[in-house]
Design a protein around this ligand. Structure first.
Ligand code: GUN
Ligand code: ZN
Length: 466
């Protein structure tokens, strides 16, 4: 059992943050929030609340957010390619299709090697955890053994994850391609079975069906994946409408489909459990179809700018009723940080505003919503994660903005010693900032040096040590 005491910030709705000051959140052995008490200090929690919950004080771990620190829900990365992690920041002048052949397929192909995969995947998981990503929807490669290893490593490091063995039987070099649709399905089933065996009760890791994108999948493969979804009810992830050259290819390959979205729909891939990454160049009828099927969108602003794919009209998607989350899209995206994705989502929306659509601007509240509750909706975990409510699981990060603010020592020697905060914070605090200003400074100037500790399902999975 754990008690977290201090100030908590989470997104109440798309455009409102709720600040719970001087609050205690009680988390049971399963990592579930069992009580939230407002106006609660350490003494009150220990004297009143702990006995009331039937807990024995000596068995309870207490973590206090000191002055200038606050708890925030863990981030959800709704789209990330773990095998591309060594390439973050490396994209040259490429756009999607030549980027895939120049940088991506060679790197992914090399991840067949178990030792290399162990190193790359471990570093990717640890790095994303250090940036507060408590849940990630991962694409792996076409290789079963190393895809299974990725799921083992997520479990071992305590990151909640969706792990997809990538299906790719067309339009890629002969040294990185599925042998046949039947082989791709057999290998996908092997990963599903592996995850069922490693994580039967914990439910931290979920397999996800992963047709890479329509141009990389034959009609036969997509049809069989649609059937596999019907059989298993597992989620899907794929790319959609990212790049103009890709759109031309889709038109050429699927001449009978009216548009990109209907290619997926006609193969049974568009369901309430489908995560569609990018969604930049969709027309109105495609968005209407996505809404009808209740499929979700992963917005990947860092990637869309890096490989110059376009600007996703997030306000339009939200107003039409699409559920949207954020994705880093490592390594189309240059950063493994969802805070960076939130910042770029804000800036890209301002670029759209500068082209004449002023209401396109996304607020700080909105980008933080996309990073937490929005992402939880996209991966279908909105009942479990994304905010602080009784019954939800404790996926959280402790944020410390800087020594200037918290220097006044309010620590209590009786509690588990809280971290002193960040010595080298990228944020300069002056002590007079209100909550709105503090959060804005975090979003626009903060980074992993401000992420002092991270928990998933109640378990401490990352901590900055001095
Ligand atoms: N489309 C197909 N594969 C990929 C990929 O790996 N990254 C991105 N951004 N788009 C894709
Ligand atoms: Zn991607």
């Amino acid at each position: 059992q754990r008690v977290f005491i201090g100030d908590f910030v989470h997104c109440k709705t798309l455009d409102t943050l709720e600040i719970l000051e001087d609050t205690a959140i009680f988390v049971d052995e399963e990592g579930v929030i069992v009580a939230i008490e407002r106006g609660c200090d350490l003494k009150k929690a220990e004297e009143i609340s702990i006995p009331r919950l039937g807990w024995v004080k000596e068995d309870v771990m207490v973590r206090v957010a000191r002055k200038g620190q606050f708890f925030f829900p863990g981030f959800v990365d709704t789209h990330i390619h773990a095998p591309q992690y060594p390439n973050v920041g490396i994209f040259g002048k490429s756009t999607l299709l030549d980027w895939l052949t120049t940088y991506t397929f060679p790197m992914e192909s090399s991840l067949k090697d178990l030792a290399r995969a162990r190193s790359v995947y471990t570093r990717c998981i640890k790095r994303t955890l250090s940036h507060g990503t408590t849940t990630a929807a991962y694409y792996a490669t076409i290789h079963v053994a190393t895809t299974n290893l990725l799921s083992d490593l997520c479990l071992a490091n305590g990151q909640r994850a969706f792990v997809g063995r990538c299906c790719l039987d067309s339009l890629s070099p002969d040294w990185y391609i599925d042998e046949s649709p039947a082989q791709a399905i057999k290998d996908t089933r092997a990963t599903i079975e592996h995850i069922a065996n490693i994580d039967p009760s914990n439910k931290l890791i979920t397999p996800i069906l992963t047709p890479r994108f329509a141009p990389g999948c034959s009609t036969e493969l997509m049809t069989q994946l649609g059937a596999l979804h019907k059989e298993t009810n597992l989620p899907f992830q794929t790319h959609i409408s990212e790049n103009k050259g890709e759109l031309d290819l889709v038109k050429e390959l699927f001449p009978n489909s009216p548009n990109y979205t209907s290619v997926y729909d006609s193969h049974g891939l568009l369901t309430p459990k489908t995560i569609l990454a990018h969604a930049i160049h969709l027309d109105e009828s495609e968005v209407d179809l996505i809404i009808k099927r209740q499929s979700k969108v992963s917005h990947c602003p860092c990637s869309n700018s890096s490989i110059t794919s376009g600007t996703c009209k997030v306000r339009w998607l939200l107003e039409k009723g699409v559920e949207v989350g954020l994705g880093t899209d490592v390594s189309g995206g240059y950063s493994p940080s969802i805070l960076e994705a939130a910042r770029q989502a804000s800036l890209v929306s301002r670029h759209i505003a500068m082209s004449g659509d002023d209401k396109a601007k996304l607020s700080i509240e909105e980008v933080l919503y996309l990073a937490t509750r929005g992402g939880a909706n996209v991966v279908g975990l909105e009942q479990k994660i994304g905010g602080f409510e009784v019954g939800m699981e404790w996926d959280a990060q402790l944020i410390g903005l800087g020594p200037n603010y918290w220097s006044e020592d309010e620590g209590n020697p009786e509690c588990v010693k809280a971290l002193e905060g960040v010595e080298e914070s990228p944020v300069d605090m002056f002590g007079w900032e209100n909550w709105e200003e503090r959060i804005a400074k975090w979003v626009f100037n903060g980074d992993d040096r401000n992420t002092l500790a991270v928990w998933v399902k109640g378990r401490l999975v990352h901590e900055i040590r001095k």
